[in-house]
Design a protein around this ligand. Sequence first.
Ligand SMILES: Nc1nc2c(ncn2[C@@H]2O[C@H](COP(=O)(O)OP(=O)(O)O)[C@@H](O)[C@H]2O)c(=O)[nH]1
Ligand SMILES: [Mg+2]
Length: 323
Amino acid sequence: MQDLKNRIIAGERAAIAKAITIVESSREEDIALSHELISELIKSPGHAIRVGFSGPPGVGKSTFIEAFGSYIVNKDFKLGVLAIDPSSNFTGGSILGDKTRMSEISKNENTFIRSTPSRGSLGGIAVGTREAAIILDAAGYDYIFIETVGVGQSEITAANLVDIFTLIVGPGSGDELQGIKKGITEYADMFIVNKYDGDLATQASKTASDYKSALSFYSKNSDDIETQVVLVSSIENKGMDEVLDTFDKIVEFNKANNRFKARRESQLAYWLEEEVRNKILLRLSKEQGIPELIESEVQSIISGKTGFYSASKNIIDTFLGKK
Ligand SMILES: Nc1nc2c(ncn2[C@@H]2O[C@H](COP(=O)(O)OP(=O)(O)O)[C@@H](O)[C@H]2O)c(=O)[nH]1
Ligand SMILES: [Mg+2]
């Protein structure tokens, strides 16, 4: 373990790959090893900026990450990409799989790409994504990109993993404009309007203006940076410098206002609560006598012997009475 830790901190790719396999594993001995390793690596934090990319399937998330990733790597930054491979489920997007396209940047020795099948994922995030980001950070990576599938809960989970949360949208995405009203701005730092090229260019540019004006009605706290909107074309490599400038601007602003640290702290609280919640649920389903008690309380409710809420209270009290 100590050896693995040292090799990770030295940036050794094989060690990083091995560690990520461990944190993704559900084998009991791997889980124990993973806990030990992550607890150690947290003590050696690096300087990575973690960026989340979300948005509907087919909007160009993978294509953008490929294009922007090359741009970043050509600037001599070390880049880690954690993506969920949609080829194993029905989310649409690229059926051929992202690995083919991503392979362009994966050849570069300053990139580390992990594409995890979405099977077994939790809210659009693969099991172990948070831990994989900790590993890449300790290994000295400058940027860690996290591509997530789907919308809704998965976006909240992804937003809680990153320093910058971006939503990628396509030209004429009027439906997503509705999303702004549903509070997306609360956790999106930036909108990237993709496909600003060819026949779609005019519409993309109009979409960006629409977002800008819509966002001005839903401003955040007055002391917060406004949600940024950037136009890009991932196939023509347009707007890449503006995206990087915008990342710098967001990070600078958040650091100057102490929001950067505060956000990481509240994310830690989120994950700690998640861990506790999951462990409690797991124990509730396995604790000796509890599943049987639930079963018998259901019968008591049906036969009118017990009320719903007193049954619930009895289960909780019995569970909490156990060590
Ligand atoms: N015209 C145009 N097409 C794009 C652009 N980016 C992606 N696409 C296309 O959109 C489709 C979906 O892209 P993909 O990256 O798989 O989307 P994802 O599901 O969000 O990861 C593919 O056919 C891409 O070639 C772009 O900037 N311009
Ligand atoms: Mg994709």
